[in-house]
Design a protein around this ligand. Sequence first.
Ligand code: NAD
Length: 288
Amino acid sequence: MDALTIDTRIGVIGAGAMGAGIAQVAAQAGHPVYLYDNRPGAAAAAIDGIVRQLGTLVEKGKLDAAQRDATLARLQTVESLEGLARSGLIVEAIVENLAVKRELFQRLEDLCGEDCILASNTSSISITSLAAPLKRPERMLGMHFFNPAPLMALVEIVSGLASAPALAARLYETAKRWGKQPVHARSTPGFIVNRVARPFYAESLRLLQEGAADCATLDALMREAGGFRMGAFELTDLIGHDVNYAVTRSVFDAYYGDFRFQPSLIQKELVDAGRLGRKSGRGFYDYA
Ligand code: NAD
């Protein structure tokens, strides 16, 4: 199965950390990209962020100015979901909530053409469950990028029970053409990476709760002795605690309350306090 052709319009919904990054990746690969967010100004702010990112790449000599300008010319914001109607692929990167995502995909199905592939960047929500209310559940798949999407190579192509294997193959080839390293995964809670990563976060949080050491010490140990690129606290500050807490809860519920995946009250406290990590200026660390 071939990759999507570069004239295929890509719709991206949610212009936060992930949606902005995915829009950048698709536009850099040559597609016309249409970005929508229901928070006024969010999509425009995301494009400003991409302008800055690409500017840095030009300064570092990793991109030439003409490529930057061509990428930016392919990116535009839309004011409503209707603006995505002619997309060949829509990648959703909104809040990690099953009911909200389900409602969005049901609306999209009524707006988009028969051939439009519907993909979710969800970290943990069942693709089978997202697809269930759709008239054509076979076109629903997971396309799970990692943060930051322009830099991280891995993309999980996630198939639910109803997903069409031919469309999974098409997304796999498309991700490859976008310079990524895709892997196929079945829709299990947290898929592959977020399942394997759960104990990394959970045990780090238990160590912190038990007073074994402070987060800076634990992060430094994981980096310097453990060989991880980031420790759990700096990494979850990057992910966003609202997102990471929602993913933890989703995996915990999906495994019928298995203790290994139990959320930590520390995560809940951070979310309740609005200390969401880098995006809010404060999480385990201060970014002000
Ligand atoms: P974010 O909070 O940075 O951005 C989400 C954006 O979606 C916000 O701008 C919000 O205004 C918008 N939004 C919310 N509901 C909407 C709706 N109904 N319609 C349109 N826009 C809506 O979140 P994020 O970190 O970009 O995560 C988005 C998705 O990607 C989640 O499903 C998350 O699990 C997944 N994900 C996150 C990471 C990460 O490290 N943050 C990594 C991989 C996948």
